[in-house]
Write a protein that binds this ligand. Structure first.
Ligand SMILES: [Zn+2]
Length: 97
């Protein structure tokens, strides 16, 4: 009997579209896997020559905002901070026509 092999093949095909959902990061606030990454934006307020990039995340469950500085650990952020970063990025790097 080789049927089990095909069961595995079909199961992996069926599950593939759901993998991004299953692989979602855990929210540090409510511990649910509902963390969505929003955008990675450069932090223009950062001092010195080093380029700082903030990746913003929002939790779908508790709506908390987080940011990740240069792909390090998540720290708490806010909607206001995210909006400000988006505005700043649009001002400094206008979308080319
Ligand atoms: Zn949450």
């Amino acid at each position: 009997m080789k049927d089990w092999h095909w069961v595995l093949v079909f199961a992996s095909i069926l599950i593939t579209p759901f993998l991004p959902v299953l692989m979602k990061a855990k929210c540090p606030e409510c511990k649910k896997r509902k963390l969505n990454s929003l955008e990675t934006l450069r932090d223009f307020a950062a001092p010195g020559q080093e380029r700082i990039y903030n990746t913003f995340h929002r939790c779908d469950a508790c709506l908390a905002y987080f940011k990740q500085v240069n792909s390090k650990a998540l720290v708490a952020s806010s909607h206001d901070e995210y909006e400000a970063a988006v505005r700043e990025a649009q001002l400094r790097q206008p979308v080319a026509p």
